[in-house]
Design a protein around this ligand. Structure first.
Ligand code: ZN
Length: 193
């Protein structure tokens, strides 16, 4: 069994406000005991993360989980492509014309031809470039963050919270989390390594 994560990604936070929002949320999570302040080697997406704290049980659903459990939180600030970690992106939809572009061929492999323009969009975001390509269907230019990826396979953002090996986060907790992010639009991404 691999390591699993749930990520709460703020898709509205700008590069400028990501640091402040991250600090606010970190203070709240530490004050409520959801995580401990002393960082340890407990996450897979960074060297150090915040280990789950004494209040963590209250924000997850423990049914089917063996207790006690231990998870870690990585707060990612700065341009990041969050992804589900396994498999290939299946399709992407244009925000203008709603055409869905299949990215897999008949053998369910990533199609080089269909994927080619998007490869640059995805890599560009991670490297600090906004790569704007025209929609293959309607020809209109599309901002990198406006593409809609099937199953939220990719999420482009400046701020994300990756919970490694936590039981399922309670919906009420995710809702409260979103309020601490100034009610920004968030995406809950799940994946594994
Ligand atoms: Zn289009």
């Amino acid at each position: 069994m691999g390591d699993r994560f749930q990520a709460i990604v703020d898709v509205q936070a700008s590069a400028q406000e990501a640091g402040t929002l991250a600090a606010d949320v970190r203070s709240w999570l530490i004050a409520s005991g959801v995580v401990s302040a002393e960082r340890t080697d407990c996450v897979l997406s960074a060297d150090l993360g915040y280990p789950s704290g004494p209040g963590a049980d209250a924000v997850v659903g423990l049914s089917g989980w063996s207790v006690p459990w231990q998870g870690g939180l990585d707060i990612t600030i700065g341009r990041t492509v969050f992804d589900a970690g396994q498999g290939d992106p299946m399709a992407v939809t244009c925000p203008h014309c709603s055409a869905t572009i299949d990215l897999l061929d008949e053998d369910f492999e990533l199609s080089d031809e269909a994927w080619e323009p998007f490869r640059e969009v995805v890599h560009g975001w991670g490297e600090g470039r906004d790569v704007i390509v025209p929609c293959p269907a309607c020809g209109r230019p599309v901002e990198p963050t406006f593409w809609k990826w099937a199953d939220d396979y990719f999420v482009f953002a400046h701020l994300g919270f990756m919970f490694w090996n936590w039981p399922p986060l309670r919906p009420e907790f995710v809702a409260e989390f979103t309020r601490h992010l100034a009610d920004h639009r968030t995406v809950l991404l799940e994946g594994k390594l």
